[in-house]
Design a protein around this ligand. Structure first.
Ligand code: XMP
Length: 319
């Protein structure tokens, strides 16, 4: 009979058998998946594990502080907070193709992990919070021919030269099961209930070229949207909600003046596992109030749209 308690014991035994007395580094993204993986692995092998939280400059507002506080201060886990925003944003300059963005970010993640694997005294394993839907979505779509829809950077194909083996204790689980496992491991509800956040971060919510200016605007708009959702008590009903900043400026009017600023799109979906999704049916009042707040509070945005595309045919992220 299947319980998360049994899964936990079994997973811990498997991790111990796989890694022996070797050192492991774990990429923490701040999301539920990598957090649960880290806590599970820490329980299995203690301080043989070092977590690496890579700040690629593509995080949401407040994200880095939250993660560091949680893991270093609350869990007392060895944690490296790698500020690599110059590296990532530099490499992404002028890049607008979604797949090149993802590949660039994936490659740099590997470089950064490799660097830290050396620094912790020769880690032999890299742990990741890869879930079952990540595994299958990278391979095929809707039972059709094998097509890569998007190259999820945290799946498969670590370059041989990296010389690190993968530890992926969540590979057989769906999101709701990961949350159950997280609860079983004692992670706080506020963390378990967090919306998923993709490894490439805000890069794939900023179609077209990524600039620091756009990222700053996007962070602020996103924070207002999430604040609205929390204030209206909707956070837990929604699988994921975020703002995308569009690569287009439009004309508006504010006070006596004409504005010429970016347009943004709000995205909020319900889903069970991220494989399919429906847009969230906000009330018109909610949408109107949110648009007004974003345009009033976020300098650089003067138009707000709501994305009503389901998945399929859309994807959840914009890239
Ligand atoms: P899409 O946009 O493909 O997203 O419908 C499905 C779910 O996967 C997340 N996602 C990612 N997660 N690395 C990740 O760790 C990635 O490269 C990546 N791309 C998308 C997305 O946020 C959604 O929850």
């Amino acid at each position: 009979d299947w319980t998360m308690g049994a899964y936990r014991e079994d997973a811990i035994a498997k991790i111990r058998a796989q890694v022996g007395d070797a050192k492991v580094i774990c990429g923490l993204s701040g999301g539920v998946d990598s957090s649960v993986a880290a806590v599970l692995i820490h329980e299995a092998i203690g301080d043989q594990l070092t977590c690496v939280f890579v700040d690629h400059g593509l995080l949401r507002q407040g994200e880095a502080q939250d993660v560091v506080r949680m893991f270093r201060d609350h869990y007392n886990m060895p944690l490296i907070h790698a500020d690599e925003s110059e590296l990532f944003l530099g490499a992404l300059e002028g890049v607008s193709d979604p797949e090149i963005k993802r590949k660039t970010i994936g490659r740099l993640f590997i470089d950064v992990f490799q660097k830290h694997a050396h620094e912790v005294g020769g880690a032999k394993f890299l742990a990741q919070g890869t879930l079952y839907p990540d595994v299958i979505e990278s391979v095929s779509f809707s039972g059709g021919p094998s097509v890569t829809i998007k190259s999820h950077h945290n799946v498969g194909g670590l370059p041989e030269k990296m010389g690190l083996k993968l530890v992926e204790p969540l590979r057989e689980l769906f999101k709701d099961e990961v949350r159950a496992l997280g609860r079983e491991l004692g992670l706080p509800d506020s963390f378990i209930g967090r919306h998923p956040f993709p490894g490439p971060g805000l890069a794939i919510r900023c179609p077209g070229e990524i600039t620091r200016e756009k990222l700053d605007i996007l962070r602020k708009a996103d924070a207002v949207f999430i604040d609205q959702i929390r204030k209206h008590g909707l956070y837990d009903e929604i699988w994921q909600a975020f703002v995308a900043i569009l690569p287009v400026k439009t004309v508006g009017v504010m006070g006596d003046g004409r504005t010429y600023d970016y347009a943004c799109a709000l995205r909020a979906v319900t889903s069970v596992d991220g494989m399919t999704a429906d847009y969230y049916p906000f009330t018109h009042e909610f949408l109107g109030e949110t648009a007004t707040r974003i345009i009033n509070e976020v300098k650089g945005i003067n138009r707000c749209t709501y994305d009503i595309t389901s998945k399929p045919p859309g994807t959840i992220e914009w890239e």
